[in-house]
Design a binder for this molecule. Sequence first.
Ligand code: DGJ
Length: 410
Amino acid sequence: MGFSVFYFCCKAWQFNKFKFPFFRAFLWGVLAVGSLLFAGFNSSRTSEKTVDKAVYKSFHPGAVWYDTDSVHINAHGGGMLFHEDTYYWFGEHKTAGVSGNTALVGIRCYSSQDLYNWKNEGIAFESADDPESEIVKGAVMERPKVIFNEATKKFVMWFHLELKGQGYSAARTGVAISDKVTGPYEYLRSFRPNAGTWPVDATEKMKAASFSESLEWWTPAWHEAVEQGLFVKRDFETGQMSRDMTLFVDDDGTAYHIHSSEENLTLHISKLSADYTSFTDRWTRIFPGGHNEAPALFKRKGKYYLITSGCTGWAPNAARSFVSDSIWGPWQQLGNPCVGDGAELTFHSQSTFVLPVNGKEDAFIFMADRWKPKNPIDGRYIWLPVEFQGDKPLLKWRDEWDLSVFNAKD
Ligand code: DGJ
């Protein structure tokens, strides 16, 4: 637009039509206003770009984090894949305003070699335009996680799916695959998992139990019924609810899907099929009635660790941590891993992933989201090193840190 105004003025001058002082002043006015409009138009288009290309040498938890195009990273509820010497960060692309909590664009991917500087690889998995599609724009697609299957050479993405216009009632898990890490991912299906199967450790008592339909929520009798499988039984035929989720691939290549189920009251851990695209009939419940979401699972020195949150929507609460010798349990509660100021609210964030740092011994990064539900695109990332006191993971706030914190353990 600025160029057209300038071009028009030059032409007018060239044709010698406006040589009177009045017209000269008019032309300069048009030129000035045109340039201002052009500058304004350009800056509103690029309002996210407030710094030059950033080259980071450290992490700054909670600050705006620019990608290598100087745009705030847009990959919320994220998960990481380390593949062929590169880290890939997949997350929810959020938009401005409250509607930005739904998937209007899709799942975005970034890549990095050093974990500080991230290149935008574009939308790996697009929301659909087709109103009949389960992943139509406006559905909820949260907490995407991608794993690579060595046998099929496919990248497999699982994510929490809520159908458009149904709030959080669908409680499904969705799966998509790609031949290329950065996508495009092809949507396969969504479902409520483990229909018609009992958890591996279900007792005969649990299978035979029957529950009164008039049990009042949150009463001791209701709590006992939850523990005995009230909701497992309710959803037995149609499949178990699946909301906040993560994936974990064990050293032997077996993959697990970990999700909040039973009205967010109980975590389920399920073994995935050999190609990672479906469930098997092996699953277990952990902490029935414990009200855990935002699960992040990692393995250290042969033990399995879980970091989770409580269930308070977008508002932060105190994190929890657990340890087990086997992924199938029994899991032991270790309490809140956060210490110091802000520990009771997980430093105003909620867990999403724990990343083992490649090439470093005993080095794990806790990744969490500081949600901004009224303007989700402005959500921030809280990354902190996981420290250990014996077997207990500890998270301490740091304004700035870098990977050298792990060097003492090299
Ligand atoms: C908390 C979950 O952890 C988020 O992923 C999201 O589902 C919000 N609840 C929605 O309120």
